[in-house]
Design a protein around this ligand. Structure first.
Ligand code: PMP
Length: 363
């Protein structure tokens, strides 16, 4: 069988070189006689893995000293509650921008802890666009402003960072689960960013948080210890056992990204990949992408076939051609091609060639 290209939305494709290195190091990491899975998280071997992962990440993004990088568990979903628990800091309101299913979930969870002002929403376009900032109705008493930079299900992505408060008094918080490290990132524009690892970073089980130090230390009364960012920050993410193997693989992904030329190079490749697929979608009426052109995701591209009766046939033939996990999210149907950093451009080119051929066959 030819190479298989995996378009899963997450857990998703990882760089082949990373998996090969993990395979080579599986039984004996650097002559230690142990697999990384078997190491104490407090031993010198794992400590060196964790330190390198953090320093490579800091270097890749360019993270200043006044930001903490936390390696947590619980998925991005746990951040839906950790964010209000830690960032309300005595206030009772928060602003949220609603651009789809993930923002909606974040809003539902945060509303258990505070009053939510949905400052802008794209429900009017059925979540196929991002509300432009002139339509946002922010609350000056909000403790923070939360948005989702890439809606993994809807395929809607912010290609700009909101300009909200140049003095940084109201922190901007972003769920970057599905587009983190797909392009350069100016962390100083944010109070906090978070991401589940299993899309663009590494395996499921690790949740990455980057938070400005001055926001720490004022959790809601009753916040569970493990939900307090400060506890994790003070203990270098080792208050309890962190997800060691997931951190190791993610560290290999950071090293891979550095080796590939970093985030500027990644962005160029991601733009080229996205252009290939959108180029086809816009030049046929056999396929359709519902998302507004300016707000289309480079990471997750949802599309439908004009004739949904062909969906099963499309998926079957794609799979026979080594193009897998293209089925759309169960809530929206159709197809979705997720093209994270680890998806090579050859995979997208092969998908586009297959889609052209399929359209010709069924015209
Ligand atoms: N936010 C976004 C944008 C996501 O794509 C996902 C997962 N698909 C989540 C949050 C939830 O992540 P987790 O399953 O890690 O809790």
């Amino acid at each position: 069988m030819d190479q298989i290209f995996n378009f899963s939305a997450g857990p998703a494709v990882l760089p082949k070189e990373v998996l090969q290195q993990a395979r080579d190091e599986m039984l004996d990491w650097h002559g230690s006689g142990m697999s990384v899975m078997e190491m104490s998280h407090r031993g010198k071997e794992f400590m060196s893995i964790a330190e390198k992962a953090e320093s490579d990440f800091r270097e890749l993004v360019g993270i200043p000293k006044n930001y903490k990088v936390l390696f947590l568990q619980g998925g991005a979903s746990s951040q839906f509650s950790m964010v209000p628990m830690n960032l309300l800091r005595g206030k009772t309101k928060a602003d949220y921008i609603n651009t789809g299913q993930w923002s909606t979930k974040a809003i539902e969870e945060a509303s258990r802890y505070c009053t939510i002002n949905v400052a802008a929403s794209s429900t009017n376009t059925n979540f196929t666009s991002v509300p432009t900032q002139d339509n946002w109705r922010l609350d000056s008493n909000a403790a923070y402003i939360h948005y989702t930079s890439n809606e993994t299900i809807g395929g809607v992505e912010f290609h700009w960072i909101p300009e909200i408060d140049l003095n940084n008094t109201i922190p901007l918080v972003v769920d970057m689960s599905s587009d983190i490290l797909s392009r350069p990132l100016d962390i100083t524009r944010f109070g906090l960013i978070y991401a589940g690892a299993q899309k663009n970073l590494g395996p499921a089980g690790l949740t990455l948080v980057v938070v400005r130090e001055d926001l720490l230390g004022k959790p809601l009364p009753g916040t569970p210890t493990l939900y307090d960012y400060q506890i994790h920050a003070q203990n270098d993410s080792m208050y309890n056992t962190p997800p060691t193997y997931a951190m190791y693989i993610t560290g290999l992904v950071f090293a891979w990204l550095k080796n590939k030329g970093g985030l500027v190079t990644m962005e160029k490749i991601n733009i080229a990949k996205a252009n290939l697929l959108y180029g086809l979608l816009d030049n046929t009426d056999f396929y359709h992408c519902p998302v507004a052109k300016a707000d289309r995701s480079r990471m997750n591209i949802p599309f439908t076939l004009r004739n949904p009766a062909l969906d099963e046939e499309f998926l079957m033939q794609a799979s026979n051609n080594g193009l897998i996990q293209l089925k759309g999210h169960r809530s929206v149907g159709g197809m979705r091609a997720s093209m994270y950093n680890a998806m090579p451009i050859e995979g997208v080119a092969k998908l586009v060639a297959f889609m052209k051929e399929f359209a010709c066959q069924h015209a």
